[in-house]
Design a protein around this ligand. Structure first.
Ligand code: NAD
Length: 315
């Protein structure tokens, strides 16, 4: 593969779960990657291999300070940098808004001024819907966030629409529910439940009847790669849901985690998080299938099992 601007991808939030997984996949396929993150390189533990790859360049800065010159030579930008934790957003709503909205606007301004970017892909969240008006949720569903994190991501997504309509910034919105797999964030409930079950400690479920669409990281990365490879005119201005298309209750997922480990630890119930009661989530992946050729390979149950193997390796 020639090393021209079509093969140079800028990823914000590269040191995280999604960013490091995508960077590895891109480098393996011959792309050059510029990875921006606020984490110092010495703390970017998920990028151990990538940091020594000649095709990888680490840009240590905040997305809030990104400039047009940082875009030079890149036609594809993937925006993952965020405060991604719904629980933290209850405690720190202003910080979350600043990170997720201001960071996105800073990036949009830089992309607009640079003028060289043909695809700007954004990782949106199922929390932007939260209170589904119908199922399965499709790309026409209005944004109906029910918590501060969901609000911050929905506002960031709306900024993408506004900059596209005002300035023609070619954005693509990729919306996922709960992404699991090796290197996932340890604050996410699936990790905590597997970790507890492996150590003989109770699984604590907040609420229980609310539902989620759970998807394996490799399927998400494949969907992102399909967008990166697609002609800009085919995907720019579009939104795609990327999930398993299956709806699981939270208490059902807790049982799957326990069964996967083969443990008999108790499942304890505590109250719902604010706004969480009534959250239902199952995505229609039809548009992604039709337009991108997206076909998830890993079922939610297999995704939990593959994640459990990794969690076990951490003990
Ligand atoms: N993981 C999921 O289940 C999930 C689901 C839907 C959407 N998303 C979205 O996907 C993206 C990636 O999520 P993740 O799970 O990889 O999170 P993560 O926390 O593992 O990665 C986020 C990265 O962004 C970096 N970052 C934070 N603020 C920054 C800033 N101001 N400037 C530069 N870098 C900054 C962090 O240091 C971190 O490396 C986020 O935008 C998140 O909202 C995640």
């Amino acid at each position: 593969m020639t090393r021209d601007s079509d093969t140079r991808v800028l990823i914000t939030g590269v040191a995280g779960f999604g960013g490091s997984s995508l960077a590895g996949a891109l480098l393996a396929q011959g792309y050059d990657v510029t990875g921006l993150d606020i984490a110092p390189p010495s703390h970017a533990g998920l990028l151990r291999r990538e940091l020594s790859d000649p095709g990888f360049h680490y840009l240590w800065k905040s997305v809030q300070d990104i400039q047009a010159k940082d875009m030079e030579g890149h036609s594809v930008v993937v925006h993952l940098a965020a405060q991604p934790d719904a629980p933290l957003a209850f405690e720190s709503p202003r910080y979350t808004v600043m990170q997720n909205i201001e960071g996105t606007v800073a990036l949009l301004e830089a992309v607009r001024q640079a003028g060289c970017v043909s695809k700007l892909m954004f990782a949106a969240s199922g929390n932007e819907i939260g209170r589904a008006l119908y199922l399965p949720i499709d790309e026409e569903h209005p944004l109906t966030p029910h918590n501060p994190y969901g609000f911050s991501k929905a506002a960031a997504e709306m900024a993408l629409w506004a900059w596209r309509l005002s300035y023609g910034v070619p954005s693509i919105v990729m919306n996922t529910g709960v992404v699991v797999g090796p290197n996932m964030r340890r604050e996410v409930f699936i990790f905590k439940w597997l970790w507890n079950a492996l150590r003989g400690q109770p699984i604590v479920v907040e609420g229980g009847k609310q539902t989620r669409d759970l998807v394996f990281i490799d399927d998400v990365v494949e969907a992102w790669m399909l967008v990166i490879r697609a002609p800009a005119e085919k995907v720019a201005g579009h939104k795609f849901f990327v999930g398993s298309g299956e709806e699981y209750t939270i208490e059902g997922l807790a049982r799957i985690c326990r069964d996967t480990i083969g443990s008999s630890v108790p499942v304890e119930h505590v109250g719902y998080r604010p706004g969480e009661e009534g959250h239902r989530e199952a995505f229609s992946v039809e548009k992604a299938r039709r337009t991108l050729g997206y076909a998830p390979k890993v079922s939610p149950v297999e995704a939990v099992a593959l994640t459990a193997e990794w969690v076990r390796s951490l003990l």
